[in-house]
Design a protein around this ligand. Structure first.
Ligand code: ADP
Length: 294
């Protein structure tokens, strides 16, 4: 608590919690209580920092309910995953005509069903991931990685999807950047979520740029920029919430990708955000601490 308040005192940035994992606990009258802290910078008339206000919300009961909900979602997702995997497998076998030929109409139906099965599996995997991360079970396998390697791998993984939509996907990273300590698989999931969104929202012929640059305090900032429609300012913080989708937009999705990306970033001790201007495009970014050298 002292560290969080100290940081606001130093930087002037408010601290607003995102999940129950950030609750602090105190023993009150012999009972364990959980509180979500909010730290707000107080400024005087000249706008100079004069102190901080710390507000503690008692979330003891909500935390229990939240754990029960996470448990239920995880159990249901897990139970659905096995039969859905075999449905998907059967549809793949049909589409590949391993067990016999299909009429064009049958093939069209089987392919639509296969695409829907893939989409459902992605949603279930996201829900399972969120449940694991919620329990603080990120189980990160961290290793030092060069930012350039991470971006190159992300660009390679998504090259086909981008070119299918006629989009240019480029990456650049200063080779002098410090290494970051990450779970490669998890971080690549963050980048692929950003890039999938960029592909989804880019106009034909657009460019998607991946970059890594030095940020404050020797941190490394990874960014994914697109030339899409941009995100209205009032929704820019909400898009990282579960199931949130910008009203009125017509693209498919369950509104889970960015919340998974946020949880993975938070598990790494990093920060996630977006800069976007309507009609000009969006830049999603993740800021990670440099790995300890030596
Ligand atoms: P979804 O599966 O719906 O894309 P996400 O959590 O990945 O879920 O994104 C949440 C919402 O944020 C999207 O529904 C979309 O409205 C908006 N969004 C995300 N990325 C972009 C982008 N690059 N350009 C414009 N809007 C975006």
């Amino acid at each position: 608590m002292r560290a969080i308040a100290g940081k606001t005192l130093q930087t002037g940035e408010n601290f607003l919690p995102h999940s129950f994992n950030e609750a602090v606990w105190y023993r009150v009258h012999g009972e364990e209580k959980f509180f979500l802290p909010r730290v707000l910078a107080m400024r005087n008339k000249e706008e100079a920092l004069s102190g901080v206000a710390v507000v503690l919300y008692d979330v003891t009961r909500f935390r229990l309910l939240d754990a029960a909900k996470t448990n239920l979602v995880a159990t249901v997702s897990h139970e659905l995953k096995t039969p859905l995997t075999s449905v998907r497998m059967a549809l793949h076998i049909l589409c590949e005509k391993i067990v016999g030929s299909l009429t064009p109409k049958q093939e069209e139906l089987a392919q639509a069903a296969r695409n829907d099965a893939e989409r459902l599996l992605r949603i279930l995997n996201d829900l399972l991931d969120l449940a694991r991360l919620d329990e603080g079970n990120a189980d990160l396998r961290r290793e030092p990685a060069a930012p350039a390697d991470l971006l190159q791998a992300a660009a390679q993984d998504m090259a086909e999807a981008a070119s299918l939509k006629g989009l240019k996907l480029t990456w650049s990273a200063d080779p002098q950047l410090p290494q970051v300590s990450v779970d490669r698989q998890r971080i690549s999931h963050v980048f692929s979520n950003f890039i999938t969104n960029a592909i989804k929202h880019s106009p034909a012929g657009g460019e998607i740029r991946l970059s890594a640059a030095l940020a404050e305090n020797h941190d490394v900032q990874f960014s994914v920029s697109d030339q899409g429609p941009g995100i209205p300012e009032e929704y820019q913080t909400r898009i990282f919430d579960r199931f949130f989708r910008v009203p009125g937009q017509t693209k498919t999705g369950a509104g889970l990708g960015l919340s998974v990306a946020r949880e993975i970033t938070v598990a790494h001790g990093g920060r996630i955000g977006v800069k976007s201007a309507l009609g000009k495009g969006s830049t999603f970014f993740v800021i990670l601490q440099a790995a300890e050298s030596g």
